[in-house]
Design a protein around this ligand. Structure first.
Ligand code: CCH
Length: 288
């Protein structure tokens, strides 16, 4: 085999499953972080690694892991993601053969599945690039803006309106941190479980501007403990977006199916897979 003749380790599907299992075990073990899980911040790391993609120039995307370097790691949008990168450092040390860019996407995939989300097919093959491949600031969405901005950002990556709404359902997970983005609070009451609650709350709660000194955000009228960003509210004020919010609020199965498809597309942006080898995606077995 190639590995015997060259001495280079050629990982097989079961080797990637070992990495998955290691991340899943660490998620269980380090349960004193935030709402009890590093899962949401791992999903955000994978999304911010991928979401720099520009289809016109082919730059950015999950191939490269250039957020390791200061210019990109220091972009305002990436504040706090060092927690996710540090969480993964022992995994990289234990499996040094995996690239950072494959590891970050594998971790996002693992986090979604371990938080009871849909199965996300995974294809390895990303290579780490050097500092010169860092993308310019401003490629990730600005939460203080509206529907025009969302379309500008996500169309640049190659997504359509339905896909924008399906991706946004990730905000069922995690929270905003005042010391990271300036915004504060979780979107749902179950921020460590993948659900369609985000869409239900968008439609069924009454949302008011939060009265505080921080950036403009919404709070729910009934409990004042949940939040929505201006970009979240754009999904219900824009008719073309709202029809998908309605569908996903009614049908969690449809959301899971569409979310799995669009996350797979997101996580593979800018990755030049060798299509001639017909690389079969890996389906990881969840540990729970
Ligand atoms: Fe997001 N997101 N996101 N987001 N996001 C934030 C947190 C998470 C926007 C802004 C913010 C997606 C789309 C958008 C997650 C996944 C996705 C925060 C708080 C802001 C602000 C950061 C902080 O303070 O820690 C905007 C604007 C958009 C526009 O569409 C997409 C797409 C995804 C994934 C598919 C996750 C998960 C979090 C929680 C992170 C955590 O640490 O809990």
């Amino acid at each position: 085999s190639a590995s015997e003749t060259t001495g280079v380790f050629v990982p097989k599907q079961e080797d990637y499953q070992k990495v998955y299992n290691e991340i899943a075990a660490l998620l269980q073990e380090k349960d004193d972080y935030d709402d009890g899980s590093y899962g949401p911040v791992l999903v955000r790391l994978a999304w911010h690694a991928s979401g720099t993609y520009d289809k016109e120039t082919g730059t950015g995307g999950s191939n490269g892991a250039t957020m390791r370097f200061a210019p990109e790691g220091d972009h305002g949008a990436n504040a706090g993601l060092v927690a996710a990168r540090d969480f993964l450092a022992p995994v990289k040390a234990k499996f040094p053969w995996i690239t950072y860019s494959d590891l970050w996407i594998l971790a996002g995939t693992c986090a979604i599945q371990e938080m009871q989300g849909p199965t996300i097919p995974y294809r390895p093959g990303r290579v780490d690039k050097d500092i010169a491949a860092c993308t310019p600031d401003g490629r990730l969405p600005d939460a203080s803006q509206g529907n025009k901005h969302l379309r500008g950002i996500f169309y640049r990556m190659g997504f359509n309106d339905q896909e924008i709404v399906a991706l946004s359902g990730a905000h069922a997970l995690g929270r905003c941190h005042a010391d990271r983005s300036g915004f504060d609070g979780p979107w749902t009451f179950s921020p460590t479980v993948v659900t369609n609650e985000y869409y239900k709350l968008l439609l069924n709660e009454k949302w008011n501007w939060k009265k505080w000194n921080g950036p403009k955000q919404y709070e729910d009228k009934s409990t004042k403990t949940l939040m929505m960003l201006p970009t979240d509210m754009a999904l219900v004020s824009d008719k073309a977006f709202k029809q998908w919010v309605d569908k996903y609020a009614k049908d969690e199965g449809l959301f899971f199916k569409d979310f799995a498809a669009v996350v797979t597309k997101l996580f593979e942006l800018g990755v030049p897979f060798d299509e001639t080898t017909q690389q079969t995606p890996i389906t990881f077995k969840p540990t729970a």
